[in-house]
Design a protein around this ligand. Structure first.
Ligand SMILES: Cc1cc2nc3c(=O)[nH]c(=O)nc-3n(C[C@H](O)[C@H](O)[C@H](O)COP(=O)(O)O)c2cc1C
Length: 190
């Protein structure tokens, strides 16, 4: 495939949307985040890359945060949490909240999948801070499990593409990870 070089300012690949939660001076607050990834195998860690937002203040205050995975029907409220800052508008009553093991990592009941993290370290970049959290708990709605594992077809997360700034549902199952490639190995060894 011939490729055209694009602006390096935009990622171009799909990113899962989450709502990162923290407690800022006693008030739960949530922001939309696309820059999120697992970051360490053992102990399990997760990283979120944040610009300068109110949510950061809560993470810094308590060293705890939550990462909530909204489902497709939560596109509008998720986008709202990305359009409006808690600095201007109270976002503490948008969701029903619950607690896992951590006091300052508010979990959103409406989200079928959620994690709570304790801050392990942070990395300061020119215009963002990467907060790396050790995962203290992972919670999934019972009806979104298949054989005990979180099932994306039941959770129905959505992804963001930039620079077109659009949300997408994820597609169909396409094969086993750490498995589909074995056919290829077999063919090579023939
Ligand atoms: C689709 C979408 C994705 C976003 N992803 C991020 C992100 O990954 N990191 C970030 O710092 N801000 C991101 N934002 C912006 C914040 O969510 C936004 O500035 C929010 O209002 C901050 O809220 P707070 O000030 O209450 O913490 C995103 C916004 C939208 C709409």
């Amino acid at each position: 495939m011939t490729k055209i070089k694009l602006s390096s300012h935009f990622s171009g690949f799909p990113m899962p949307m989450v709502l990162v939660g923290s407690v800022v001076q006693g008030q739960p607050n949530f922001m939309a985040v696309a820059w999120v990834t697992y970051a360490n195998f053992s102990p399990p860690m997760l990283a979120v890359s944040l610009g300068s937002h109110l949510t950061n203040a809560g993470i810094e205050e308590h060293g705890q945060f939550s990462v909530n995975v909204p489902s497709e029907e939560m596109v509008k409220i998720t986008d709202y949490c990305g359009l409006v800052s808690g600095k201007k508008q109270d976002k503490s009553n948008l969701f029903e909240l619950e607690r896992g093991e951590l006091e300052f990592a508010p979990l959103i009941k409406e989200c079928p999948f959620a994690l709570e993290c304790t801050l392990f370290t942070k990395v300061s970049l020119p215009s963002s801070t990467i907060y790396i959290g050790e995962i203290a708990g992972i919670y999934a709605a019972e009806e979104c499990l298949t054989n005990g594992s979180p099932d994306p077809q039941k959770i129905r997360p959505f992804v963001l593409t930039m620079p077109d700034n659009r949300y997408w549902a994820i597609g169909d199952y396409r094969g086993a990870a750490w498995g589909s490639g074995k056919d290829f190995i077999r063919k090579q060894n023939r």
